[in-house]
Design a protein around this ligand. Structure first.
Ligand SMILES: Nc1ncnc2c1ncn2[C@@H]1O[C@H](COP(=O)(O)OP(=O)(O)OP(=O)(O)O)[C@@H](O)[C@H]1O
Ligand SMILES: [Mg+2]
Length: 535
């Protein structure tokens, strides 16, 4: 935009003129009607001020300027008016101004002094109401002032001080009119540019939206294909799991009967062929599509170091390998007993001391793992094993690092689980930050311990949604507070409830670390009346 004339470069000016002219046509027509009314109504004054010259004055008003204004008002309805609008409107305003100057020449002093005010009105009118551009309104003002000066100087009756006075007034009116016109034009042009910008952005957004829709469609199709492949590979894997007993893996481990199956694979009782040592072997369900290759590479790279925790409350991992090119397996000590999940199913809820016993052991194993930089990511009752070793019971956390090894995506766990349907454990135990795809650390495991303790004490997890889906569950974990435990189980004391609720803090910063939670639970147990305890 030019700083003085405010003109846009090139074609933009034509586009603006076209749009501006269409937008302001009604206002210009209204302004012309107003001009006509004022010009004709002021004729009443002629009878009082200059009765002798009235016929000539009325000739100017009603036979020349009035009809001309009416003609231009009529022309505004013609389709080609917009093309000639500025010169036509300027001409009629100029004629009106010259008409007033003619009247001042006809009427003798001092009566004609009263008509000079009309010139001020004409100048303001040219600059504002008829929406002329600066060059046209400046032109009208200049011609009006020069014509006034010529008439005033040639008329002996006009005293010089009056001419000077009027020149001051006319000059000031031009300045005021100029600034009004300038700011109005500037505003109109800025709005025009903004509108153009919004239109361009809207078009861009629409284009992007269409692209996104197309991509979404493709994604939905590939998801459907992935799910179909996953189902097929699931079928193949279950058939394979049934045939595996009796198989020897890498000439080292003979597989015996199946113990159970989970999200990531199937666990078998097994035997180390040379050592005749009983073991448990977890065969991982092969991943699908491109994840298969990445997954195998990851297994090879991170393998045993991701799963091995050196702690009495963590299952001992003995070996880790990939057999026959793609069958990943994990060899562990064979545990004897049942998982906490099975125990809860059989016994219902637990006493606070038993709960504290089990959870303290889980925290001890987690503290060791977190210290080594390993986050479990899938703490839940089926991954806590109550192992019977001779006469004593030992709590063993299993599946360390498995969730991370099997997760090949950088997306949030919820998305991963939705896409592949099998990479994570149970969202019922998942910390809020994992649902939204935030970075997380060991305190996500602490949250899962909190959920598990809640379940041990009340018989159910804190947040359940039935079939409402994972997002509904995510919302509950993120915003809802769990129902009071003391109200549900009279055995639960406020201290135990506080321990569980602290572990269930919505943000990692509000939760204790595994070590701190373990220490609180050990303290709690010290104060509690003594009971047989697992360790
Ligand atoms: N070292 C082990 N010794 C004896 N039993 C085991 C051992 N490891 C796992 N199990 C049992 O094998 C079964 C299957 O375990 P798996 O981990 O595959 O399933 P899950 O824990 O239910 O689900 P997820 O895949 O989410 O961990 C469970 O009942 C578990 O208790
Ligand atoms: Mg498991």
């Amino acid at each position: 935009m030019h700083p003085l004339t405010l003109r846009f470069p090139g074609e933009l000016e034509d586009e603006f003129a076209e749009e501006y002219s269409a937008r302001t046509l009604t206002q210009v027509r209204g302004a012309l009607v107003l001009g006509l009314v004022l010009y004709t109504v002021f004729g009443i004054l002629d009878t009082w001020i200059a009765p002798a010259q009235r016929p000539t004055l009325w000739l100017i008003r009603y036979a020349i300027v009035g009809p001309l204004l009416a003609l231009v008002i009529g022309l505004t309805y013609h389709p080609s008016f917009k093309r000639y609008r500025e010169p036509v409107v300027s001409a009629v305003v100029l004629v009106a101004g010259l008409g007033i100057i003619a009247m001042t020449a006809i009427i003798p002093a001092p009566g004609n002094y009263l008509y000079y005010a009309g010139l001020l009105l004409v100048i303001v009118y040219a600059f504002t109401l008829v929406r002329l551009s600066l060059p046209f309104s400046m032109g009208i003002s200049a011609v009006t002032i020069v014509a006034y000066l010529a008439v005033a100087l040639s008329m002996s009756e006009t005293p010089p001080e009056l001419i000077v006075n009027n020149m001051f007034f006319l000059g000031s009116t031009v300045v005021i009119g100029f600034s009004a016109n300038y700011s109005m034009s500037r505003y109109a042009r800025t709005v025009f540019l903004q509108r153009r910008l919004i239109e361009a952005h809207t078009a861009q957004l629409q284009e992007k939206n269409e692209e996104l829709l197309a991509k979404n469609q493709m994604l939905a199709e590939s998801r459907a294909a992935t799910i179909r492949t996953a189902r097929r590979s699931e079928l193949i894997f279950s058939a394979l799991s049934e045939t595996l007993p009796g198989t020897v893996l890498d000439e080292k481990y003979r597989l015996a009967e199946k113990i159970g199956s989970g999200n990531f694979g199937t666990v078998y009782r097994g035997e180390h062929i040379f050592l005749h040592h009983p073991v448990a072997v977890k065969i991982f369900r092969p991943a699908i599509g491109h994840l298969a290759l990445e997954g195998i590479d990851r297994f090879r790279l991170e393998g045993i170091s991701a799963c091995r925790i050196n702690h009495p409350n963590a299952v001992t991992v003995l070996d880790f390998d990939v057999s026959a090119g793609s069958l990943a397996y994990l060899v562990m000590e064979l545990l004897n007993g049942r998982s906490l999940a099975e125990e809860l199913r059989a016994e219902g809820r637990m006493s606070p001391t038993r709960c504290a016993d089990v959870a303290a052991c889980v925290c001890d194993a987690l503290a060791e793992a977190h210290g080594a930089g390993i986050v479990h990511r899938d703490i839940k009752p089926s991954n806590v094993f109550l192992h019977h070793n001779h006469s004593e019971q030992l709590v063993k956390v299993i599946d360390f690092g498995i969730a991370k090894l099997t997760d090949t995506s950088a997306e949030s766990d919820l998305q991963v689980s939705t896409v592949a349907g099998m990479f994570i454990g149970t969202p019922a135990y998942m910390a809020p930050e994992r649902f939204v795809g935030d970075q997380y650390d060991g305190r996500a495991d602490v949250y899962s311990v909190g959920v598990m303790m809640y379940e041990m004490l009340s018989g159910h997890v804190p947040f359940e949604v039935g079939n409402a889906g994972r997002w509904a569950l995510a919302k509950k974990h993120i915003v809802e507070e769990p129902a009071s435990l003391t109200a549900m189980n009279a055995d639960v004391d406020p201290e135990m409830e506080a321990i569980v609720f602290d572990a269930l803090g919505k943000t990692p910063g509000r939760r204790p670390t595994a070590q701190q939670l373990g220490a609180r639970l050990h303290d709690y147990l010290m104060k509690a009346p003594s009971q047989p305890s697992p360790s």
